[in-house]
Ligand binder design. Structure first.
Ligand code: ADE
Ligand code: ZN
Length: 349
């Protein structure tokens, strides 16, 4: 069913702006790294891991996600994790990725922050050289921890800034949302902005629209990660449409974490049709059952998105990226050519 639309999606050039690299840890690699590093996992097999991925909400996922990340210990581990993601992204015609990483998940276990940076960066540089995959890194603060701990993480990362200047361009905010509002991180985000880094934050995934407003007004973020609950506030919706602040929406994540009961209930099409700059992303693909093309195909089928809407979603992803306009124009041209070729093929059929 819908074979030609699915093929159109697979070939569509696109950018991924909401991907936690630790969330791309497939059970097979989790097992291999556990064995290599002498870590005991509470599962007997890969199948048992997959069977455990039945989540009731964000926190039920985060508990397994942080436990899984414990197998990541060496620079080589972070390199292999990131390389595996880069290959899958290329297969999905992802041209550019801005990946999130959570240094605090690793530094609390005694892993040096440079080990984390170095492994991820080595893979991204290789993927750029070998496959032409464009990429950036966004360091996320864990919002269930304190602002002082976020400051300490920033202080530990800043000496590495020059070494990773080609990749590390921003800071984000993730982990358990409810009870950890943006205001908790006002001072550290002000410092991050002073340093000239880009700022984004998860907001309105499980948290109320007030958290989206606070991320914008208090943290002054340039993009909202998720943001689907913004729809509950009409004035906020109007602001998001007028400002074109992008929302990095993650359909399969929202389904698996029960933000929506079914993909058919997802508000992505309504947000898009209300003129918001919506993008499609995979969040934690190893845990939620699909990378970029799976997300696109699932939401296109569930909401009967048109080709024009799919192209708009891809265009939004390039437009929302933290890259120079000269680079965006190259991707827009590629997108226009792709759309024109697909239309010509239709006419000759
Ligand atoms: N960390 C990894 N995935 C996340 C999500 N969907 N929300 C908040 N924090 C996360
Ligand atoms: Zn996320």
């Amino acid at each position: 069913m819908n074979d030609s639309l699915h093929d159109f999606i697979r070939g569509l050039p696109k950018a991924e702006l909401h991907l936690h690299i630790e969330g791309s840890l497939e059970p097979e690699l989790m097992f291999a790294l556990a064995q290599r590093n002498g870590v005991t996992l509470p599962y007997a097999s890969v199948e048992e891991v997959r069977a455990a991925y039945a989540f009731s909400d964000l926190q039920s996922f985060l508990d397994l996600y942080y436990a899984g990340a414990a197998v990541l210990q060496t620079e080589q581990d972070f390199y292999e994790l990131t390389m595996a993601y880069a290959r899958l992204a290329m297969a999905d015609n992802v041209r550019h990725v801005e990946l999130f990483f959570d240094p605090q998940t690793h530094t609390v276990r005694g892993i040096a922050i440079d080990t984390v940076f170095s492994g991820i960066a080595r893979a991204l540089r290789q993927a750029r050289a070998e496959y032409g995959l464009s990429s950036r890194m966004i360091l996320c603060f864990l919002r269930h921890l304190s602002e002082d701990e976020a400051f300490a993480t920033l202080d530990a990362a800043l000496p590495l800034r020059a070494k990773y200047a080609d990749l590390w361009i921003g800071v984000g905010l993730d982990s358990g949302e409810v009870g950890n509002p943006p205001e908790k991180f006002e001072r550290v985000f002000a410092r991050v902005r002073e340093l000239g880094l880009h700022v984004v934050a998860h907001a309105g995934e499980e948290g109320p629209p007030a958290y989206v407003s606070a991320a914008l007004d208090v943290l002054k973020v340039e993009r909202i990660d998720h943001g689907v609950r913004a729809e509950e506030d009409a004035a906020l919706m109007q602001y998001l449409a007028q400002s074109q602040i992008p929302l990095t929406v993650c359909p399969l994540s929202n389904l698996k974490l029960r933000v929506v009961k079914a993909l058919g209930d997802h508000n992505l099409a309504r947000l898009l049709r209300a003129g918001l700059c919506v993008t499609v992303n995979s969040d934690d693909p190893a845990y939620f059952g699909g990378y970029m093309n799976s997300n696109f195909i699932a939401i296109a089928d569930a909401l009967q998105l048109s080709r024009e809407e799919l192209v708009q979603l891809a265009r939004n992803s390039f437009n929302a990226a933290f890259v120079p306009m000269s680079q965006k124009l190259i991707w827009f041209d590629e997108l226009d050519a792709y759309q024109a070729t697909a239309a010509a093929a239709d006419e000759s059929r």
